[in-house]
Design a protein around this ligand. Structure first.
Ligand code: DGP
Length: 227
C-alpha cells in the first residue's frame, strides 16, 4: 500500500434551496473522479439513519418538533458522520459534503433561535478546509420554478437564511476557508468556479485537521483582526 503523506481535503458545499447545490455536488464529484481523486460524497442531513428518519419526517411536515429539539437532532446527525469523515480524511480520501453545520446555523437562527446557542452543539466537529456557499438571489430562485413542499421552502424564510449565511461568512473571515459563489450564473460557469477553488486541494493537504469553532483559534483570529 502506498504511504499516505497528505490527508484528504474536507470540502463543504452550502447553499440555499434552488441554488443548484445537489447538481453542482454531482458535477464536482464526477470531475474529481475523472481527475483520479479518491473522493467520497456525503450529504447531511443523512435521512437514512434513525435520527435522519425523524428529521425527514419533520422536513416533510409529517411531524412537529420544538425548534431547539430539531436543531439538536440535525447536529446529532452531523456527529453521526464525524468519525467517518475524520478517518477518511486521514486515509487520504477527499470528503465532499453537501451541507454541514453552517446550514444548521443559518436555518435555525433564521427561525429565531439565538445564534450562539445554534453554534454550540456543532463545536468540535471536523472543520472543512474550504466551504463554498452557492448564493442565489430571490429573483433567480423564483425563476427556477419556485419551491417544493418541504418545510423552510418559502421565500420569506429563505431571505432570512440568506442573511444568516452572510453573517456566518463574515464571522468565518477571509483566508479562503469561506467562499461565496454566485449561483445565479449559468451551471457551467458555477461548476468552473467551484473547480477553480477545489482543484488546489484535490491532491490533499498538509494542513492539520481543525475543529469547528475552536475557541482558541477564534481568539487568535479576532486578535489578529482587531489588535
Ligand atoms: P436537503 O439538503 O434538500 O436534504 O434539505 C435539508 C433541509 O434542512 C434544508 O432546508 C436545510 C435544512 N437544515 C439543514 N441543517 C439544518 C439544521 O441544523 N437546522 C435546521 N433548522 N435546518 C437545517
Amino acid at each position: 500500500m502506498p504511504e499516505v503523506t497528505k490527508r484528504g481535503a474536507f470540502v463543504v458545499i452550502e447553499g440555499l434551496d434552488r441554488s443548484g447545490k445537489s447538481t453542482q455536488c454531482t458535477l464536482l464529484l464526477e470531475q474529481l473522479r475523472s481527475a483520479g481523486v479518491d473522493v467520497k460524497l456525503l450529504k447531511v442531513p443523512d435521512r437514512t439513519t434513525t435520527i435522519g428518519k425523524v428529521i425527514d419526517s419533520y422536513l416533510r411536515k409529517e411531524s412537529e418538533l420544538d425548534d431547539r429539539a430539531i436543531h439538536l437532532l440535525f447536529s446529532a446527525n452531523r456527529w453521526e458522520v464525524a468519525s467517518s469523515i475524520e478517518s477518511s480524511l486521514r486515509a487520504g480520501t477527499l470528503i465532499l459534503c453537501d451541507r454541514y453545520a453552517f446550514s444548521g446555523l443559518a436555518f435555525s437562527s433564521a427561525q429565531g433561535l439565538p445564534y450562539t446557542w445554534c453554534r454550540a452543539p456543532d463545536a468540535g466537529l471536523p472543520a472543512p478546509d474550504i466551504t463554498l456557499l452557492l448564493d442565489v438571489s430571490p429573483e433567480a430562485q423564483a425563476k427556477r420554478g419556485g419551491f417544493g413542499a418541504e418545510r423552510y421552502e418559502q421565500t420569506e424564510l429563505q431571505e432570512r437564511v440568506r442573511a444568516a449565511f452572510e453573517r456566518v461568512g463574515d464571522e468565518m473571515g477571509g483566508g479562503g476557508r469561506w467562499v461565496v459563489v454566485d449561483a445565479d450564473a449559468e451551471q457551467e460557469a458555477v461548476a468552473r468556479e467551484l473547480w477553480r477553488h477545489v482543484e488546489p486541494l484535490a491532491q490533499g493537504t498538509d494542513e492539520p485537521l481543525r475543529r469547528l469553532w475552536d475557541e482558541e483559534e477564534e481568539r487568535r483570529r479576532v486578535s489578529e483582526l482587531y489588535l
